[in-house]
Design a protein around this ligand. Structure first.
Ligand code: 3PG
Length: 395
């Protein structure tokens, strides 16, 4: 794919699709994790250094085609201007006369952040007329939104048809880093998985089965695997993919891949909340009314010993209900282990990336992806629409 390095931006209007879908504190309106904003800085800096007029566009949340006040991008503009140390202009929409006027008034080296693309239903519908309106704002389209590359939306695929279109530096970096996991990962290669749903990860697991040595499974999804093995999992919530779990275990066996499940877990009998109490039990002894809330102490040691042997690890999904301190130990322990590993450590985006950032160890990882769904899609071997459209432009 061509990147921003391949074009001349001097005096040009660059429409840059970024993924500024950052977690915002509902009460204070402040940004909980600005990693996605920081990740876009190399591209923005490059364009500013090359005298472009930078028009940024993004979605935030899922406003469902309507204006939702709490999903405006104003807090993002504020944070971005602090990081860039320059003014970031804003608009009250992403298309229309006001936007056109603001774009036309831009000087080289100025930055304008458009309002949430998803306030228009046409964005997710990939409406060609909407894409055209976005395209008409600029001379060149730059896609730097790796986190949204798996969505076939107007600002990702539609707009690329009407303008010269190239990848930004973040998109390039993500594809290189995750591409290495798929190509020749130094082995032993392990995958550490948690989070609630098996269904989110099936595609990825099937695709990497030929390359991976060990798959460690914690989090909510461990319950599905334990149950598929015939164990009692009490009142734990599972999605309906027992057959999928069985299929994955069979496939792993046939490929000589080891699947490691918890030996023990933390359970609670209480309502999940800040006052819930936890008990450590063997997976053989989970009472019928208990819910699994974290991996247990023996499992922390088991997973740690496994991880210490690996040369590459990809981690996606917390080991327990991380938001509740007494159920967060398993995840914290894995974070700790990851910081001590000498091999390549890759963090899938989403909540795992947020945890790694919150615990201040992102810089100790080899790579932290900004894409949750997108990184899993990529590792499943599926083509990402946002990447495809750029590749097709230059065939
Ligand atoms: C993400 O957070 O994974 C991306 O920003 C995509 O958001 P979406 O799942 O709402 O499309």
């Amino acid at each position: 794919n061509l990147t921003i390095r391949d074009l001349d931006f001097s005096g040009k209007k660059a429409l840059v699709r970024v993924d500024f879908n950052v977690p915002i504190n509902a009460e204070t309106g402040s940004i909980n994790d600005d990693s996605r904003i920081r990740a876009a800085i190399p591209t923005i800096d490059y364009l500013l250094d090359h005298q472009a007029k930078v028009i940024l566009c993004s979605h935030l949340g899922r406003p469902d085609g309507k204006v939702v006040e709490s999903m405006r991008l104003a807090p993002v503009a504020k944070r971005l201007s602090e990081i860039l140390r320059q003014e970031v202009l804003t608009a009250s929409d992403c298309i229309g006369d006001e936007v056109t006027a603001k774009v036309n008034a831009l000087e080289d080296g100025q930055v304008l952040l458009l309002e949430n693309l998803r306030f228009h239903p046409e964005e997710e519908a990939n409406d060609p007329a909407f894409a055209r309106k976005l395209a008409d704002l600029a001379d060149i389209y730059v896609d730097d939104a790796f986190g949204t590359a798996h969505r076939k939306h107007a600002s990702i695929v539609g707009v690329a048809k009407y303008l010269p279109a190239v990848a930004g530096l973040l998109l390039e970096k993500e594809l290189n880093a995750l591409g290495k996991v798929l190509e020749h990962p130094p082995r032993p290669f392990m995958i550490l998985l948690g989070g609630a749903k098996v269904s989110d990860k099936v595609g990825m697991l099937e695709n990497v089965m030929d390359k991976v040595d060990t798959i460690l499974i914690g989090g909510g999804m461990a319950a599905t695997f334990l149950k598929a093995q015939g164990l009692e999992i009490g009142d734990s919530l599972i999605d309906d993919s027992l057959d999928t779990a069985k299929m994955l275990m069979d496939k792993a066996k046939s490929k000589n891949v080891k699947i490691v499940l918890p030996d023990d877990v933390l359970i609670t009998f209480d309502k999940i909340g800040p006052d819930a109490k936890a008990e450590n039990v063997s997976v053989e002894n989970i009472p019928p009314t208990a819910k699994i809330v974290d991996i247990g102490l023996l499992t922390i040691t088991l997973f740690t010993k496994q991880l210490e042997k690996c040369k590459t690890v990809f981690w996606n999904g917390p080991m327990g209900i991380y938001e509740i301190p007494q159920f967060s130990e398993g995840t914290r322990a894995m974070v700790n282990t990851m910081t001590r590993l000498h091999g390549t450590t890759i963090i899938g985006g989403g909540s795992t990336a947020e945890i790694v950032t919150e615990l201040n160890i992102a810089s100790k990882m080899s790579f932290v992806s900004t894409g949750g769904g997108a990184s899993l899609k990529f590792l499943s071997g599926e083509k990402l629409p946002g990447v495809e459209v750029l590749a097709k432009k230059h065939e």
